[in-house]
Design a protein around this ligand. Structure first.
Ligand SMILES: Nc1ncnc2c1ncn2[C@@H]1O[C@H](COP(=O)(O)OP(=O)(O)O)[C@@H](O)[C@H]1O
Ligand SMILES: [Mg+2]
Length: 235
């Protein structure tokens, strides 16, 4: 059963050149903002898809102001939002009052991967669920080619969970592109991060970003957008 779905998913993903999974140790560190903004930055030069698999707090549809639902035609065709093929777990869960649990989450993820028609892409950016639960394990299993960007803040509370995540990813033989330090004010932990992996760059704390959520152009023009764009050009 599982293996048959694995084959279908492989078939669905085979015309995607690179899958970039944006992860974090915990929520609230800017993973969704970084994923969506990185997708927008890359879409200036490349064919890009954005997939929101964070069923704990799907957010990229709000950041991107995604309206249209995917069209059905022998599978689901992601709508184009800001020239990005957009797909979210929200389309599977929005009508359910109770949050999905355990197996249901994994099944929803597998189903979504099996029916979404991405066609050709240079990059598929994934907003991952935080941490390293069994859903994350399931995603790793179905997306062996994924390359990881890990987001932390300069807070030791974030960094401590990220160190564990990095170890978990290494133990699972995942490719790690590097670590992004978000919400940097005066204090940066760049030196500490560099002991554990490639430092992809800092994103400054940008108090203006909240009012730009839902407006792609404004996000890209903001200091936040510029910092993310620099990082996007490095991967
Ligand atoms: N560099 C930043 N400067 C200021 N606020 C930020 C920054 N990055 C993220 N935020 C804010 O922090 C909150 C959490 O971001 P979000 O992307 O939802 O995190 P996650 O997906 O990791 O839970 C949001 O309100 C977002 O607007
Ligand atoms: Mg999020």
């Amino acid at each position: 059963m599982i293996d048959a779905r694995l084959e279908i998913i492989e078939e669905r993903l085979k015309r995607i050149k690179r899958i970039v999974a944006v992860s974090s140790g915990k929520g609230g560190v800017g993973k969704s903002m970084v994923s969506a903004t990185m997708a927008m930055a890359l879409s200036k030069k490349y064919k890009v898809g954005l997939l929101d698999l964070d069923f704990y707090g799907p957010s990229t549809h709000i950041i991107m102001n995604a309206g249209d639902k995917p069209a059905e035609k022998n599978g689901l065709i992601p709508p184009l939002v800001e020239n990005i093929k957009f797909m979210s777990i929200i389309y599977f869960t929005e009508d359910k009052a109770a949050p999905l649990k355990g197996k249901d989450i994994i099944n929803a993820i597998i189903e979504l991967l099996a029916i979404t028609i991405w066609d050709e892409l240079d990059f598929l950016i994934i907003d991952m669920p935080p941490g390293m639960g069994e859903e994350v394990m399931a995603i790793l299993k179905f997306m062996k080619e994924a390359e990881f960007i890990v987001v932390t803040t300069p807070s030791i509370l974030s960094w401590e969970t990220v160190k564990k995540l990095l170890l978990f990813l290494k133990n699972n033989r995942c490719k790690i592109l590097g670590i992004v330090e978000n919400m940097v004010m005066e204090h940066s932990i760049k030196n500490e991060i560099e002991k554990f992996g490639r430092y992809l760059g800092a994103i400054k704390f940008d108090a203006s970003i909240e009012k730009f959520i839902g407006n792609a152009n404004k996000i890209m023009e903001s200091d936040f957008g510029k910092d993310v764009e620099k990082i996007a050009m490095k991967i």
